[in-house]
Write a protein that binds this ligand. Structure first.
Ligand code: OMP
Length: 276
């Protein structure tokens, strides 16, 4: 029986620090790395990041869209990137932001969390805007297979508040209701549950209760303008559960593996210092 994702993540962060590095093969990055803007280029990009960072960071987060844009060959490149990273001992959080009616959500859950699936990862990102209950198949698959699920709560983009700050019929914000639903699922788990949330470093101040007893993925750092001060200000008591997530700020240092590793070490040290 696989250990729960929350425990595996806790151990990986203890060993390697909290940094999550995105694998986002943007066209502009492929060009600056001297790679073609095609599936073979995306696969080479993914393999380079994995080789540079295996044993140095806890988590990598391939962003599916940058692979899907090349069709079936791109999805095959994503499969190999996920498999290579897991074989190298990295935890893989697949960024696909899925969400659909229950039966379709069950098929997505099978695709990304069932160990017999070619695209199986350790965890995935999901969107709760079909209702938190529509995520149940993902939660069930995570329990069955020792996987993790990261629910969008307060995203880093400027458009997010239109939906996430809106009030529900009970008078709380949509984001707050997602955070408390995740906290209820994680209740009683130690050292933390396997269901995380996404909270951007760029959200400004928030009155929401971030104590979900689970991991908080924090994008928006570096290229989107967030920084170490935002981590310190936003996450105080839940700091041990925070995974600062960075893509372009580190990927821009490539393709030299030593430069990538160095950029990850510097970002990891900077963010870990304020989360201690
Ligand atoms: O779920 C995510 O990872 C995510 C959520 C969010 O609110 N904001 C956000 O930027 N992301 C992802 O995090 C990555 C950020 O990339 P950089 O801005 O280059 O660090 C991208 O892959 C985004 O899709």
């Amino acid at each position: 029986m696989t250990e729960p994702f929350g425990q595996r993540l806790w151990n990986a962060v203890a060993a390697h620090g909290p940094l999550c590095v995105g694998i986002d093969p943007h066209a502009s990055l492929l060009e600056s790395w001297g790679l073609p803007d095609d599936a073979a280029g995306a696969e080479r990009f993914g393999r380079t990041v994995v080789e540079a960072l295996a044993g140095r960071v806890a988590v990598v987060k391939p962003q599916s869209a940058f692979f899907e844009r090349f069709g079936a060959a791109g999805v095959a490149a994503l499969e190999r990137t996920v498999a290579d990273a897991r074989a190298a001992g990295l935890l893989v959080l697949l960024d696909v932001k899925r969400g659909d009616i229950g039966t379709t959500a069950a098929a997505y859950a099978q695709a990304y969390l069932d160990p017999t699936s070619p695209l199986c990862a350790d965890a995935l990102t999901v969107s709760p805007y079909l209702g938190f209950g529509s995520l149940q198949p993902f939660l069930d698959a995570a329990t069955a297979h020792g996987g993790g699920v990261f629910v969008l709560a307060l995203t880093s983009n400027p458009e997010g508040p239109q939906v996430q700050h809106a009030r529900t019929a009970e008078g709380r914000t949509v984001a707050g209701s997602m955070l408390s639903a995740v906290a209820a699922v994680n209740a009683g788990q130690s050292p933390q549950g396997s269901i995380g949330v996404v909270v951007g470093a760029t959200i400004g101040d928030t009155a929401e209760d971030l104590a979900i007893n689970g991991p908080l993925l924090v994008p928006g750092l570096g290229a989107q303008g967030g920084g170490a001060d935002d981590l310190r200000r936003l996450f105080g008591p839940v700091a041990p559960h925070v995974l600062p997530s960075v893509s372009r700020e580190i990927l821009g240092a490539g393709p030299d593996p030593a430069a990538l590793a160095d950029a990850a070490a510097r970002a990891g040290d900077l963010y870990a210092a304020v989360l201690r």
